[in-house]
Design a protein around this ligand. Structure first.
Ligand code: PMP
Ligand code: GLN
Length: 426
């Protein structure tokens, strides 16, 4: 209520400053009809470019239109029953409270065994492994732990969307090396130019989403040599480590000579065991780097997915036949989709890893991949993701679109049949 004596009070200097307008609690009760004071936008500036993700947008579009969703990369079948049963046993067996901060010991031990078995890496499960809420948190915690504001992070465009957001959250600066259609090879001159005195991290992703590129040993060695020269840390996202085709070989960065002591390796159960919703990921590396990431992670989620962690341990210990049949089945799906896309009139870059195919829509008369992906559900009943949204320079991938092939064969057949009608519509 307005007091009769209010006009006699000395003026409050803060009330006339811009900050005061926003924050100073008025001593005068607001009246109905008073102008609403201007407010600063809710979201901090550094996160404003990241208000939604392309995956969420395309999945919403696919759901709205009933299109086959080859946009967001998630499988449409469950992983091995033995893993699901192990999770269910853990839930019913009382493992439902906070797990230990670094992750349950059986999972940390299984991660160490997995790295030894597949790559010959010696990893101490107690000091060199951290279980996280998916690879996403592993990357965020590592970047936030390692980067001061203004430090630089070298990345490879097209880049997985969460990297840019994590770098922005840290107040760090993204430096970009562009991988170009159709083979997405690393240009050594561009790579060298991306490094400088403020380089703190180089963030690699092999096999690479969205291109399906598997970095060659020579490319990784060139990256490693520059990391050593600039005393930078390599953070390597290897979530598609078991989705590699033909004669391609996944080379974990940590196995390269002289890089183990400066590399943080990230992976996740989501892709390997078809449980993307579980969000069980991990990182491993030298104890000092893992401790740094752990310090941040404990204040992001503290812990997560308690009963799912022992189930993922069961998965990691599955026999070689499981891993071989995963890759073989996906390679068949890849070939099916590539054949269909080619027949439909797209130009295709054959992926050697991941479960994504990048196709060029220009031969079909579509110069703009974003526009095509907006129209594709209505034109053909299929959803896909434009590649240009993963680029600082959208022109580098203007007419490229990404299709996911981690779907049942009948769904892929249906999708390619629908896409086959595209040429006659344009
Ligand atoms: N990195 C890459 C390259 C990815 O494609 C994804 C999404 N699957 C992630 C990280 C995130 O993994 P997670 O769901 O385990 O957080
Ligand atoms: N990694 C998945 C993809 O690339 C999507 C994950 C997400 O929706 N954030 O499609």
């Amino acid at each position: 209520m307005l007091q009769g004596s209010d006009h006699l009070k000395p003026p409050n200097p803060l009330k006339s400053s811009p900050l005061g307008k926003i924050y100073q609690k008025s001593t005068v009760e607001p009246q109905y009809g008073d102008p609403v004071p201007p407010r600063r936008p809710a979201l901090v500036e550094r996160m404003r470019p990241f208000t939604s993700t392309i995956f969420a947008e395309i999945t919403a579009l696919a759901t709205r239109t009933g299109a086959i969703n080859l946009g967001q990369g998630f499988p449409d079948t469950d992983g091995p029953a033995v893993i699901l049963d192990a999770a269910s046993r853990a839930i019913h067996g009382g493992q439902n409270q906070y797990p230990p901060g670094p992750g349950v010991p059986v999972l940390r031990a299984a991660i160490a065994r997995h790295q030894q078995r597949f790559y010959g890496l010696d990893v101490d499960p107690d000091s060199e492994v951290l279980v996280t809420a998916g690879a996403t948190e592993a990357i965020a915690a590592t970047i936030l732990a390692l980067c001061e504001p203004g430090d630089e992070v070298v990345t490879f465009d097209p880049v997985y969307d969460s990297y840019a957001a994590s770098i922005a959250l840290a107040g760090a600066v993204k430096r970009t090396v562009t991988l170009r259609w159709p083979d997405f090879a690393v240009d050594e001159a561009e790579l060298r130019a991306a490094f400088g005195p403020r380089t703190r991290v180089v963030l690699v992703n092999t096999p690479h989403n969205p291109t399906g590129k598997v970095f060659t040993r020579a490319e990784l060695e060139a990256i490693g040599a520059l990391a050593r020269e600039h005393d930078a840390i390599v953070v390597t996202d290897e979530v598609y480590e078991h989705q590699v085709y033909d004669d391609a070989v996944h080379v974990p960065v940590a196995t390269l000579p002289g890089l183990g002591d400066r590399t943080v390796t990230v992976s996740s159960a989501g892709k390997t065991f078809s449980v993307t919703g579980w969000k069980v990921g991990w990182l491993h590396g030298p104890a000092e780097l893992v401790a740094a990431a752990r310090a941040v992670k404990q204040f992001l989620t503290f812990v997560s997915a308690g009963p799912l962690q022992p189930a993922v341990a069961t998965g990691l210990d599955l026999g070689d036949d499981f891993y071989a049949s995963l890759a073989a089945a996906l390679q068949g799906k890849r070939d099916l989709l590539i054949e269909g896309l080619t027949a439909a009139g797209f130009a295709v870059s054959v992926p050697r890893g991941t479960y994504f195919v990048v196709a060029d829509a220009a031969p079909l008369g579509f110069a703009d991949g974003v526009e095509l992906c907006q129209r594709l559900p209505e034109l053909a009943g299929v959803a896909a993701v434009p590649v240009s949204v993963f680029h600082d320079d959208p022109k580098a991938a203007a007419s490229l679109v990404r299709f996911a092939f981690c779907k049942r064969d009948e769904v892929l057949y249906d999708a390619v049949e629908r896409l086959g009608r595209l040429a006659s519509l344009v």
